[in-house]
Design a protein around this ligand. Structure first.
Ligand code: AMP
Length: 120
């Protein structure tokens, strides 16, 4: 699979500071920020700082440190937003996955029952 990262995507622009975001958590490996169109009372996106398009791209090509750092950042973000009652994590990839922004992001959704995993 050829992963051709487009550095003009909106999350790349957020990482470069060209577009503002509502930051929840940030470290050397990841940035977490509120989704601009929340689909639950809590809807936060966690993105790695490296140029990775999708979860399969990231887990193939990122370094061990980047993978560990990103996963730990998801944990830190969960601590920040409070997910004691549960949450859903979603990582859409490419067309059939419904991915709109071609930079890996995990959606963290919380604050209400999430219902069935997939729409009928
Ligand atoms: P996906 O369909 O998985 O690629 O999800 C992309 C998400 O990015 C959607 O939930 C959008 O609402 C969100 N989004 C798009 N632009 C921004 C932005 N500038 N700041 C925060 N979230 C955004």
């Amino acid at each position: 699979m050829d992963f051709a990262y487009d550095d003009q995507n909106i999350f790349a622009k957020i990482l470069r500071g060209e577009i503002p975001n509502k930051t929840v958590y940030e470290d050397d490996y990841a940035l977490a920020f509120h989704d601009i169109a929340p689909q639950a009372p809590v809807h936060v996106l966690v993105i790695p700082k490296g140029p990775f398009m999708s979860l399969d791209h990231f887990t193939r090509d990122a370094s061990d440190a980047e993978i560990t750092g990103y996963m730990r950042a998801i944990s830190k973000t969960c601590e920040m937003i409070g997910v004691e009652d549960g949450f859903r994590a979603i990582a859409n990839a490419r067309a059939q996955g419904g991915q709109e922004v071609p930079h890996l992001h995990v959606h963290l959704l919380a604050g209400r029952p999430m219902g069935p995993m997939l729409a009928p």
